[in-house]
Design a protein around this ligand. Sequence first.
Ligand code: NAD
Length: 452
Amino acid sequence: MPLDISSLLDKQQHFFQTGRTLELSFRKERLSAVRHWILTHESRIMKALRADLNKSSHEAFVTEIGIVLEEIRTASRHLKKWSRPRKVPTPLTHMGSKSWIQPEPFGISLIIGPWNYPFQLIVAPLIGAIAAGNCVVLKPSEMAPHTSTLIRKMAEEIFDPAHVTVVEGGVKESEALLEQPFDSIFFTGSPAVGRIVMEAAAKRITPLTLELGGKSPVIVDRDAHLALAAKRIIWGKFINAGQTCIAPDYLVVHQDVREELVERMKAAIQELYGEEPLENPDYPRIIHERHFTRLSRFLEKGIILTGGGIDASAPAMEPTLLENVSWTDPVMEEEIFGPILPVLPFDDLDEVIRQIRRKPKPLALYCFTESKQTEDRILSALPFGGGCVNDTLMHFASPYLPFGGVGPSGMGRYHGKGSFDCFSHQKSILKQTTRFDFPFRYPTSKIGLKVL
Ligand code: NAD
């Protein structure tokens, strides 16, 4: 790598020590520079996403650019309030003193991103890191090279590298970065690499956020609004050809409504992607051969209800519904991360809850029901990062809902104020009075001992 990472970090350390990033006006101005660059270069971003994943302009805006712009808008609007020291009560035992919590930036933050939403999953955390007053090193995914290069160009065009810089590359570069003494690390990617990142962070006890993946279930009960359930599940599953960390991974549906839901889902696939999805110029492709081969193997077991067609040259795979799958088949063991939705019928919700509880805690969960009782039962019985009732994915796009996983699906949260907090240390301060002193705490105090 031509870049000398340790001298880059020295420059950022020096810049951070100047205190520039502590100035609110500086942070706001930098956020507005990112916003302005995005608005001016929207078509370049869309072109890069088209080249990397064949994302349509609509999908690029809704799932990448729009989310980042919303993050900038929220952070710019609330930055002053978020960064203010927050007064907290003082207990009677501390009479005379005042207490407050003062957010401060960690310092130099490393952000490593994946390929599936290659713009948004690097730039959205960047917004939080800048808003909180950090210097930042970004490492976009090498699997989405056009977007990675564009993010580097963006940084070169609008940032002093001593404040924000981009290191392009793959595993080797990532490993080299992880050896450096960063003040915080924010990683989005697979649970397997998340473990490697966590080990690297453990060496220096570096504050760490892990945004990982997992198998996110969708449960449709017999009383669900089936027309909407079908459309919202198909949208959430097949957007970006299923290569979405919070996509419904598999579907469990009450057997009484299975047939109707399947028919409605088939119709929704046609409505959203046409008769021949592989001919649809806006249907995203699978990121690389290895991933495509892994997905193709899932089709060897079970019955294909619709889809299953492939175009190995793209590579691409039709939106596929698969049934006759058991809880222990390979497709139910690992995160699918592609356009295949296994459909499992159930007749006892308690059994479904037991099955899901046996699996690692998922990043998301979706349930479709008109019954408040069923909703409460599912939400309280199952641990998961976040999710929706009667929808899919939409919780991700709210700046008021901190986003993250739990256990193997991740740790830490971001979006909206969550992003600011994610890149801040909350410093707790007690300011004691010098007008008087209570003797209770001192070992020489008889009164103190009596009180205790
Ligand atoms: P990945 O873990 O393979 O790669 C992510 C990043 O880590 C890339 O920048 C890559 O260069 C780097 N990397 C890869 N191997 C590494 C190693 N050995 N040491 C250090 N760095 C390494 O993930 P991916 O394939 O890009 O993305 C898919 C995964 O990401 C899925 O599991 C998905 O669920 C998850 N994901 C999670 C979220 C979320 O917000 N929670 C979002 C998108 C994707």
